[in-house]
Design a protein around this ligand. Structure first.
Ligand code: FES
Length: 124
């Protein structure tokens, strides 16, 4: 069953921009939203390499050029649009995408997948 939570305004996210999203009843920052060149996506905040959170500072999920999502731990680079890892120790694996939608300029993410045990990097 879908479990939509609000993840803030699109306008305040910027383009390019990213933001960690807290989820009531969950520790830390279990997911993030990212926006670049008009593409909006949401991912579980877990690197396919070790499961670690990706950001190097709060809300800093993008690399220096704002070109790719970058894991702070070992520098893996992921495409914004589909979370595919182009370079790094988890190359050719992908971040886990979460369903995202826009409503009146606000971002909504379906977090029901977060309730499942960590699915690792298996097939979606
Ligand atoms: S934990 Fe992300 S690249 Fe190693």
């Amino acid at each position: 069953m879908a479990e939509w939570i609000e993840a803030g305004e699109l306008a305040s996210l910027g383009d390019p921009g990213a933001r960690g999203v807290r989820v009531p009843g969950r520790e830390g920052v279990p997911l993030f939203v990212v926006h670049k060149a008009g593409t909006l996506a949401a991912y579980r905040n877990a690197c396919p390499h070790t499961g670690a959170p990706l950001e190097w500072m709060p809300d800093r999920f993008l690399d220096m050029d704002n070109s790719f999502i970058q894991c702070a731990l070992h520098g893996a680079l992921f495409r914004v649009g589909d979370g595919y890892c182009l370079r790094g120790p988890c190359a050719r694996q992908s971040l886990e995408a979460l369903p995202v939608r826009l409503e009146d300029g606000r971002i909504w993410v379906d977090v029901s997948a977060l309730s499942r045990a960590d699915g690792g990097s298996g097939h979606g």
